[in-house]
Ligand binder design. Sequence first.
Ligand code: GAR
Length: 203
Amino acid sequence: MTTRIGVLASGTGTNFVALCDAQARGELAPGEIVTLICNRPGAPVIERAQERGIEAVVIPHRGYPSREAFDQALVDALRERNVEIVVLAGFMRILTAVFVEAFPLRIINLHPALLPSFAGTDGIGDALDYGVKVTGVTVHFIDTGVDTGPIILQEAVKIAEGEGRETLEPRVHAVEHRILPRAVQLVAAGKTRVEGRRVIIEN
Ligand code: GAR
């Protein structure tokens, strides 16, 4: 039995590629990526999917009169494909309750900071601007808040003296590429249990 995974992404897609690479190595099982949905026509992630023989569906958010209508279109596309777990891999849209309630505790998000610090669209830049000495990566379940759901995995990244975005960003991404597939595998294998805000990982 496989667990059908739908990935939502908006941009470059390095995390989507990391998920595909993990799958090719057998490290996502029983998870299986069945579709990529992208809200930006022409985004590089679309080609990344096509190169790997994974269906890429483009659903431009601009085509919908409201956030809810866009979210319903996403839900419909995922349901048509019997998707069980949704992974947001650099999906840069805020999702409404229409989407979140369709897949309760089945939507995994990736964020380039140690939540609850530096939520929002520029976790790396905001951490640098604030001057923190440690930042990191968070993989968490989505709830109806922005970047607020229960945390599955987190890993810290130390910021070196005087370090800028050019070197910090690739170091944060390297951690993302490692821990996102791990978190997805744990959820796909049913090894996570949510108790309030806590995600218990069972061995
Ligand atoms: C990743 O760094 C991810 O953490 C971030 O977008 C990037 C996508 O990169 N997501 C957010 O900031 C969500 N708020 P990718 O397209 O190369 O995977």
